[in-house]
Design a protein around this ligand. Sequence first.
Ligand code: UDP
Length: 251
Amino acid sequence: MTDDLMTSHVVMDIRIHAVTMKEALAWAEKRILEGKPSLIATANAEMIMMAQEDKELFRILNTADLVVPDGAGVLWAGDKLGTPFPERVTGADLTTELLKRASEMKWPVYFLGGAPGVAAKAARKFMEDHGSFSLVGCHDGYFDEEEEKRIIEDIKKSGAKLLFAGLGVPKQEKWLDSHKEELGVLAMGIGGVFDVMSGNLKRAPLWMQRNRLEWAYRLYLQPSRIGRMMALPRFMQAVKKWKKQRGSKTC
Ligand code: UDP
């Protein structure tokens, strides 16, 4: 699969790749072996709604090297628009699979983001469950401009090939987009995945994940996210409207 042949679908003017986990992994491996700095984004309803207002995020998503269909809402939209995605590729699962691959291939990995200590704990937990990988650096996600310069130097010196950034959306996408070239890494924005990997935040049971109900479990654990969760029904309404408008434009 070359980059040009990678199929993508458009949801609310955002291009999302119609890839399976296997294809996403094969693509990532090729990129790392070629040493091409790249950005992976994980599209969900909230991010797509945010990108309708945030021009920079909109541009970044439409130029990112790989945008995987992460959220249940994106899968729903694909079906609704008549361009179904083959499967859900969540940021959490893709992180796990990439780290397993990093372990086999001995790719150096850097973790950036989360509250102090969380990324290191996430790495420790992962290694306990899946075996070790080469973690060449780690930094929390709360830094000022001075500290940021040190982090950039640290990542460059570390020789990392894979950078996972959990700084929240859209901070992580903007940060990675502006620094990926100088860092020379395959970078991926992973939101709160370090919190889940570290065990600080539980992931939904498998049956809920399979039934596209992960959002409900997250709401149960963090009721304060209700405002953010409203992005999903707003997104569903917006997709229906967008479908109609797009339909009338092409007639
Ligand atoms: N975070 C961070 N720096 C910031 C803001 C947030 O490292 O300046 C971290 C935060 O600690 C959490 C993650 O980013 O681990 C964002 O989590 P959230 O659940 O909001 O992510 P998303 O919904 O985007 O996946």
